[in-house]
Design a protein around this ligand. Structure first.
Ligand code: MOS
Length: 711
C-alpha cells in the first residue's frame, strides 16, 4: 500500500478495523473559536495587496447572441480597470465544456449567463460601471418548459454519478394487473436552489514567471473540492496542474453547489490574466447564484406499486422525468433508491430528460435520493392506506434480505430497527386515522418515511504524516470542512490511527499544496479521507516505529476496499414528523421531528447530530417552502433572493431530534463510518407530507405544500 498517486491498491483481505478511543467522543469544533470570533478566513477575506474587483454582466435574454457591446460609458468611470467581453476576453485552451467556456463566444444559452465583466478598484465602482454597459442581442425563441407530454424526452446514457438510466426486472405490467392492491400516482418536485450561507466567491492571482517559465495561478476559492478546481482550471488555461494552487481553509456551506467549478471561477481567472500580479476578486451576489451555481432539477415522477393481500410488494415502478440544459447534460438519479429500498419480484425504474434553454442542473444535497424518496415514500404511505396497514408495518413487511437487484448481502441495514425505535420514541401509537385529530383550530397528524443513501468513499486521496518537533503529528490532506465538523472528526480519526492524544494531531486541510483529496460530496468525505489517514498512519507506524524522530514522514494513498465488491453498502434511516395544519388558513407547522439512523460509526456525536438535523431541516424546507419560481416568459427565476425564496427560520424549527443505532460497519472501511451528510434530508419531505395527509386527509403530490393546496 505504498503508492502515493492516490490510485487504489487492492488488498485481498478485508481492511483491519480501527479501534475507537477518540472516535465516538464529542470534542468541540477545532475551527469553532475562529469562526465565532470572525477570524476564520473565507475565500473573499484573504488580505491581498492591490486587488481588482470583478462584477459580471449577465445575459438579459434566454437564448440568442450578443450582437454588440458598448463599453464606453463604463470605461469612462474613474476607477475602472477594464471591461471584458466575448470580443476581448483571453481565449481558453479548452472550451469543450460549454458550461465553463466563459466569454469564448457571443452565444447566449440561458438567461443570466456571463456576457462580460467590469474590473475596477472597488466592488461598488465595478457594479455601478456594469450598469452602464449597453448590450445588444439578437434574440431567438427559448424553450424552458418541462412537462411529460414533450415528444423530445430522451433517455440519458448514464445518470449521476455513473448508473444505468433504466432497469427492468421481472414483468411489472403483469404483476400490477394481478395485484390485490395498487397505487398509481404522479408526484412532482420544483426547481430548487442551494443557498449556502457563504455565497460563491473566488479570488484569482495570475503571476507570470520571471524566468520566462510557465505562469502560476493561485485561487482562494469557496469550494468543496480544491483538487477538482485545480484539475479543471489547469486544463482550461493550459497550465501544468502543479502551477495551480487552490486554497480553501474555510467554506461556509455548499450542499453540492460548490462540488464542481462553476463559470465564476473561470471568469475570475480571465480577469486575473488581464491584470497579471494583481488579485481579481469575484463574489457572486445571492441573486446571481440563482443563474450560475447549479440547482436541483424539477421532477415529475410516476410511481406504481402493486401488493398482495398480505401487504407484500409484487411490483415497484418508478419513472422520472426531469430537465437538463441543452449545452450540458446533467441527469439526476431520481429513481435509484427504488432499485434497492424494498423487496419486490418485479421492478422497473427509468429516467427521461428534456434538454432546455436553461442553466445546467447540478448537485443539491442528496441529488436523486431526496426528490425520489419524496415520491416513493409518499406512494408507500398511500399504499398503506389502500391496504389498511400501518405505514411502519408496511415497510417492515417489505424488508429485502439481500440487495434486490445485485443479490449482495447488506453490509448493515437496520431499517426495521430504525423504524421500530423511532415509532417507540416518537409516540407513533398516538396516530389516529387521517383527518380525525383536532386540537382547537389545528388539525394534527403524524407521518413516517424511510431513507437510504449509498456509501461512496472511493480511492483517490493521499495523506501525509510527519512527526513534529513538539512530539505531535502533522497530518496533511487536501480535504475541506464546509462547516460540518470535518476538521474535528478527521483529527479524531488521526489520533486513533496514530495512537496519540487528540491534541497531538495537527491537521492541515483545504489547500492543494497538500496531498490530493476527493470531493467533499456524496457523503463520502469522512469515509474516504478517514480511510486514507488510517492507511497512512499505519504505514507511518510500521516504517518509523512508536517513537519516531522529528521529521519522520510517510505519504500513502487509500487502499481499495474489497468489501465494496462483496456487500451492498448503504446507510438507512427513518424520519418521523408531526404536522399541525390550521383548519382555516392551511398554515402548516411542524412541532416535532425525529430521525433514527443507521450510518455506521458516528465519529463525533456532537457534529453528527448537527449534520443529521440540518439535513432534516432542509427536508422540511423542501416539503413546505422551497420553490424556484421560473418565469417562462423571461427564462429566469423570479424569486431569486431570501425575500422570496423561502427557507426555514429558527421560528419554523421546533423540537427536532436525531439519534442513531451506533455501531461501526466494518465493511465500509477501517473507521466503520458510512457518511452522514445527506441521509438526513432523504426521507424528511415525505415524512412531513405524510403527516400533513394524516392531519387533514389531503394528499399533496406536488411540492412544496403551500396553504392553498390544503384548502
Ligand atoms: Mo453533496 S449534493 O454530494 O455535496
Amino acid at each position: 500500500m505504498t503508492r502515493t498517486d492516490g490510485a487504489a491498491v487492492q488488498p485481498t483481505e478485508p481492511l483491519e478495523p480501527l479501534s475507537p478511543r477518540v472516535m465516538g467522543a464529542s470534542p468541540v469544533r477545532l475551527d469553532g473559536p475562529a469562526k465565532v470570533t470572525g477570524t476564520a478566513t473565507y475565500a473573499w477575506e484573504h488580505t491581498l495587496r492591490d486587488p481588482v474587483y470583478v462584477h459580471p454582466l449577465q445575459a438579459a435574454v434566454a437564448r440568442g447572441r450578443v450582437v454588440s457591446i458598448d463599453t464606453r460609458r463604463a470605461e469612462a468611470v474613474e476607477g475602472v480597470t477594464a471591461v471584458l467581453t466575448p470580443g476581448n476576453a483571453p481565449r481558453l485552451a479548452d472550451a469543450s465544456d460549454r458550461s465553463l467556456a466563459v466569454l469564448q463566444t457571443g452565444e447566449v444559452a440561458f438567461r443570466g449567463q456571463f456576457v462580460g465583466a467590469v474590473l475596477a478598484g472597488s466592488p461598488e465602482t465595478a457594479r455601478h460601471a456594469a450598469s452602464l454597459v449597453d448590450v445588444v442581442y439578437e434574440v431567438e425563441p427559448h424553450d424552458t418548459q418541462l412537462h411529460t407530454g414533450r415528444r423530445d424526452l430522451y433517455r440519458p446514457e448514464k445518470i449521476n454519478p455513473a448508473d444505468e438510466a433504466d432497469t427492468e426486472d421481472g414483468d411489472v405490467d403483469a404483476a400490477l394487473a394481478a395485484a390485490h392492491a395498487t397505487v398509481d400516482e404522479t408526484y412532482s418536485t420544483p426547481m430548487e436552489h442551494n443557498n449556502p450561507m457563504e455565497p460563491h466567491t473566488c479570488v484569482a492571482v495570475w503571476e507570470g514567471a520571471s524566468d520566462g517559465g510557465e505562469p502560476r495561478l493561485t485561487l482562494y476559492d469557496s469550494t468543496q473540492w480544491p483538487y477538482g478546481v485545480r484539475t479543471t482550471l489547469a486544463q482550461l488555461f493550459a497550465l501544468a496542474p502543479e502551477r495551480v494552487r487552490v486554497i480553501s481553509p474555510h467554506v461556509g456551506g455548499g450542499f453540492g453547489s460548490k462540488g464542481l467549478p462553476h463559470p465564476h471561477n473561470v471568469l475570475a481567472v480571465l480577469a486575473a490574466r488581464t491584470v497579471p500580479g494583481r488579485p481579481a476578486k469575484l463574489a457572486l451576489t445571492r441573486q446571481q447564484m440563482f443563474s450560475l451555481t447549479g440547482y436541483r432539477t424539477p421532477t415529475v415522477q410516476r410511481v406504481r406499486l402493486g401488493a398482495d393481500a398480505g401487504g407484500r410488494l409484487t411490483a415497484i415502478c418508478h419513472e422520472a422525468v426531469e430537465q437538463t440544459a441543452k449545452f450540458k447534460e446533467f441527469a439526476e438519479q431520481t429513481a435509484v433508491q427504488s432499485r434497492m429500498m424494498y423487496a419486490a419480484p418485479n421492478r422497473r425504474t427509468s429516467h427521461r430528460l428534456a434538454a432546455l434553454d436553461v442553466p445546467a442542473p447540478s448537485w443539491m444535497r442528496a441529488p436523486g435520493e431526496a426528490p425520489g424518496a419524496f415520491a416513493a415514500e409518499s406512494a408507500m404511505d398511500e399504499l398503506a392506506l389502500v391496504l389498511g396497514l400501518d405505514p411502519v408495518e408496511l415497510r417492515v413487511r417489505n424488508e429485502p434480505e439481500v440487495h434486490p437487484r445485485s443479490g449482495l448481502p447488506w453490509s448493515g441495514r437496520h431499517l426495521v430497527e430504525c423504524l421500530r425505535t423511532g415509532a417507540r420514541r416518537f409516540g407513533w401509537d398516538a396516530r389516529t386515522e387521517a383527518g380525525t385529530r383536532r386540537e382547537g383550530d389545528w388539525l394534527v397528524g403524524l407521518g413516517v418515511a424511510g431513507s437510504t443513501y449509498p456509501v461512496y468513499g472511493g480511492p483517490g486521496s493521499v495523506a501525509e504524516i510527519e512527526r513534529t518537533a513538539d512530539g505531535g503529528h502533522a497530518v496533511r490532506i487536501a480535504a475541506v470542512d464546509l462547516g460540518t465538523g470535518t476538521w474535528t472528526a478527521l483529527t479524531q480519526i488521526a489520533a486513533d490511527a496514530l495512537g496519540c492524544p487528540f491534541d497531538a494531531v495537527h491537521l492541515e486541510i483545504g489547500d492543494t499544496a497538500l496531498p490530493a483529496a476527493t470531493v467533499a460530496g456524496g457523503s463520502a468525505g469522512i469515509t474516504a479521507w478517514g480511510s486514507t489517514i488510517v492507511a497512512a498512519a499505519r504505514e507511518f507506524r510500521a516504517e518509523h516505529g512508536e517513537d519516531p524522530a522529528p521529521g519522520a514522514r510517510t505519504r500513502s494513498g487509500m487502499p481499495g476496499n474489497p468489501d465494496m465488491q462483496h456487500y451492498a453498502v448503504h446507510s438507512f434511516g427513518a424520519q418521523f414528523a408531526e404536522a399541525r395544519v390550521h383548519a382555516d388558513t392551511g398554515e402548516v407547522r411542524v412541532p416535532r421531528m425525529l430521525g433514527v439512523f443507521s450510518a455506521g460509526r458516528i465519529i463525533n456525536p456532537r457534529t453528527a447530530r448537527s449534520q443529521f438535523i440540518g439535513g432534516m431541516i432542509m427536508g422540511m424546507s423542501m416539503a413546505l417552502f422551497e420553490e424556484s419560481v421560473f418565469d417562462h416568459g423571461t427564462g429566469h427565476v423570479v424569486n431569486h433572493d431570501f425575500a422570496q425564496y423561502h427557507i426555514p427560520t429558527s421560528a419554523d424549527v421546533l423540537d427536532i431530534e436525531a439519534t442513531w443505532l451506533d455501531g461501526p460497519d466494518p465493511h465500509a472501511g477501517p473507521t466503520g463510518a458510512k457518511g452522514i451528510g445527506e441521509i438526513g434530508i432523504v426521507g424528511s419531505p415525505a415524512a412531513v407530507v405524510n403527516a400533513v395527509h394524516n392531519a387533514t386527509g389531503v394528499r399533496v403530490r406536488d411540492l412544496p405544500v403551500t396553504p392553498d393546496k390544503l384548502l
